[in-house]
Design a protein around this ligand. Structure first.
Ligand SMILES: O=C(O)CCC(=O)C(=O)O
Length: 330
């Protein structure tokens, strides 16, 4: 029978069944749930609003520090046994897909996002059973052999996942449902995505990134191409547009940090009904609250938006109208 390692070498992906025992997975799950509750309370928002904005937590944060000591050795053992030698851990993340943030993560190659610290493979540990409707991972087997493309900036509001729509993807993709405690091992160069969660069941994963020790990677990883408003630029552009918008409205300089600028806009929309451009006020208030939660979570919880929609909502509801207004006379 072909070994797991040789399936991985050939196709770029393999499942390691029952890799982590149930008790340990339940413990991690409990810790993740506890900290999501705690983080939401800290920001005085309900759990649903928190999970709408925050769907990824990077180590170190209070959440990951709590469970990491108990999983470090088991994970290291799995990685070592799988790859057949000593390993180096690069990154640790919890990724959530839930009823609140249920969208696909578009097709991408992980390696393109890690030019400065490239790694060889990921171990994606399922913290619940993942059925086809729970936001299952999909892969294009053998695509780890394709050339590495620039990182896909799927935070850009106009982003369309052409790869997913391609005939090649639709014909050759595999869906990989797994059980709690299973680990999906995949090459950092393989094209993959996660599907929409239509079941509404929480689907949490502990994702770790690895390479072999003393195994220099010589990969040709292209530079990222940042969009005007995308993954690497949207926080700065948002701050600048919100600030300039307030300054033009009030005809005075605004000297405030990002969080305060968001609050000033929230006040503006609550108390001053008339704006010189059209917006949907309830939608805009929601979008501002979403960005505010994400901003605090990024600062205090090492949190992020795995699906890339939080800033895009604000783009459509407020930033684009502000941008157009700033660029008109008067
Ligand atoms: O867990 C997910 O939804 C996406 C995971 C992923 O794309 C990754 O770990 O590279």
């Amino acid at each position: 029978m072909q070994s797991k390692r040789s399936i991985f070498e050939e196709t770029g992906i393999v499942v390691l069944n029952n890799a982590v025992n149930r008790e340990l997975v339940l413990l991690i799950n409990k810790t993740v749930t506890f900290w999501i509750n705690t983080y939401a309370k800290e920001l005085a928002c309900d759990i649903g609003d928190y999970l709408k904005s925050v769907s990824r937590w990077a180590h170190p944060c209070l959440m990951t520090e709590q469970f990491y000591p108990s999983i470090e050795t088991p994970l290291m053992d799995i990685a070592r046994a799988f790859i057949g030698g000593s390993v180096r851990l690069h990154k640790i993340n919890i990724i959530s897909k839930s009823a609140y943030a249920d969208l696909p993560v578009p097709c991408h190659q992980d390696i393109s996002y890690s030019r400065e610290d490239p790694y060889e493979f990921s171990l994606w540990l399922a913290l619940q059973d993942v059925n086809l409707s729970d936001g299952v991972l999909e892969f294009l087997p053998y695509s780890q052999k394709d050339k590495i493309e620039p990182a896909v900036d799927f935070w850009s509001p106009e982003f369309i996942d052409h790869k997913h729509q391609s005939a090649k993807w639709q014909k050759n993709l595999i869906k990989v449902p797994v059980k709690m405690g299973d680990v999906i091992a995949f090459d950092s160069r393989i094209w993959h995505r996660s599907a929409k969660n239509t079941s509404g069941q929480n689907r949490f994963a502990l994702v770790t990134r690895w390479s072999r020790s003393n195994h220099p990677l010589s990969l040709d990883i292209p530079e990222r191409i940042p969009a005007y408003f995308g993954m690497w630029t949207c926080a700065k552009v948002t701050e600048s547009l919100l600030k300039k918008g307030l300054e033009k409205l009030s005809q005075q300089a605004v000297d405030a940090d990002f969080a305060t600028i968001i609050k000033l806009w929230q006040k503006q929309l609550t108390y001053q009904k008339k704006l010189p451009f059209n917006i949907d006020t309830p939608q805009t208030q929601k979008a501002l609250a979403g960005v505010s939660i994400l901003h605090y979570a990024a600062t205090y919880h090492n949190g992020g938006d795995a699906q890339g929609k939080v800033y895009a909502h604000l783009w459509y509801s407020l930033l684009r109208p502000i941008n157009q207004w700033l660029n008109t006379d008067g």
